[in-house]
Design a protein around this ligand. Structure first.
Ligand code: OGA
Ligand code: ZN
Length: 375
């Protein structure tokens, strides 16, 4: 490992890599991440950070068999594998195979441009599952084809991804025209583009809707990339975009068994200003109660986003066939349907959710199996 170089500074270790770039590692970080501080089986940290000096004194550092061997003034000796240091350079987030960049789309993608994947390989073939999940994460939407014609076939695919998210509508739900609906989805009326359950503290992540029958007249599906609409609004009307990011609005669902509500903005950004979540559901939005001074401008902003959901530029339309399942990131992609005539034939979708965290976990495990990921 002669291509690397270690040099001990006052409160840092300076590592010079083979490419001659250098990274300073503060000694407190080095002690906090010493492998001896991890439980040997669980790999969770058992070290008590407060048991350390706040500025541990590093006396010596040498390279030995792919490790930086660090000797501290209190007698502690750490063996830090160089790949561990290299993958966790301060100021640079470690690579994450589940961090898949969103590929924004508009209606010109066309239903034929969506990722499609046969169901059978997903059940048995990990690389096929990985490839499909990567595409689904990038587009936020995909179609699985050739599912068995039985209730539960879509759920089986969802469970290959991760644990199902239970909500007040159950762990799985039947989207069918019901006599006493507690949700507009369980009627035959049109559903304008929306995200599901924005009234939850954390709305469900990926939604799976397996089409078992779609024989009624009407009942076509529509989807739109909520991130693309937000990004276009950011450019066209920055003030509207800002209001949708900053002003929390009430969302509420209530029936005899539940009364679930939150105040959240329509658009959520991460620390870098990237759009990471859309909550948009005109039928679950509560009664706006922001101060009167901003009420009118907020309505303008909200209507501007709403107008995008009606704009053909964003709306991707298709009619699901029996044996197809649509899978989408419910915190990004809006979905809706046309009204249908229940007297003209059966329409039945079976649905469930798998949260983003479960989805990401599966992607990381699948990448490790391919030898791509971190330890
Ligand atoms: C839903 C929903 C769409 C459809 O169940 O949340 O929006 O096509 N269903 O029936
Ligand atoms: Zn819905």
């Amino acid at each position: 490992m002669t291509e690397h170089d270690l040099s001990v500074r006052a409160d840092t270790l300076l590592v010079t890599w083979a490419d001659k770039t250098s990274t300073p590692f503060p000694t407190i970080w080095l002690r906090d991440n010493c492998p001896s501080g991890l439980h040997p089986q669980t790999r969770e940290r058992v070290l008590d950070l407060l048991a350390l000096d706040d500025a541990p004194v590093l006396c010596a550092a040498q390279l030995e068999a792919g490790c930086a061997v660090l000797s501290y003034a209190d007698g502690h000796v750490s063996r830090m594998p160089l790949p561990l240091l290299s993958a966790n350079r301060p100021g640079q987030q470690a690579a994450d195979p589940a961090a898949i960049a969103a590929q924004l789309w508009r209606s010109d993608l066309g239903a034929s441009g969506l990722p499609r994947c046969p169901a059978a390989p997903l059940m048995v073939d990990d690389p096929a599952l990985n490839a499909w999940m990567q595409a689904t994460a990038a587009f936020g939407l995909s179609i699985v084809e050739g599912l068995e014609n039985r209730v539960g076939a879509g759920i089986d695919v969802a469970e290959r991804v991760g644990f199902l998210r239970k909500t007040n509508f159950g762990t799985t739900f039947e989207v069918i025209n019901k006599p006493e609906p507690n949700n507009l989805a369980y009627t035959a009326i049109a559903l304008p583009l929306h995200t599901d359950l924005p009234n939850q503290e954390v709305p469900p992540g990926y939604q799976f809707l397996h089409c078992l029958a779609n024989e009624s007249t009407g009942g076509g599906s529509v989807f739109a990339d909520g991130f693309a609409m937000a990004e276009d609004l950011r450019v066209e009307d920055p003030d509207a975009f800002r209001l949708l990011c900053e002003v929390p609005i009430p969302f509420r669902f209530h029936d005899a068994e539940a009364d679930i509500q939150v105040y959240k903005p329509v658009i959520t950004l991460d620390g870098a200003g990237e759009v990471i979540e859309i909550r948009y559901n005109a039928h679950l939005a509560g009664i706006f109660d922001m101060p009167a001074e901003i009420m009118s401008v907020f309505y303008q902003a909200y209507r501007a986003y709403m107008a995008k959901t009606r704009d053909e530029k964003y709306r991707l339309v298709l009619k699901l066939k029996a044996g197809e399942m649509v899978v989408f990131d419910n915190r990004r992609v809006l979905h809706g349907r046309d009204a249908f005539d229940p007297a003209s034939g059966l329409r039945h979708l079976q649905g469930c959710y798998v949260d983003r965290g479960e989805f990401a976990s599966r992607l990381r495990l699948l990448s490790q199996a391919k030898g791509l990921a971190r330890s």
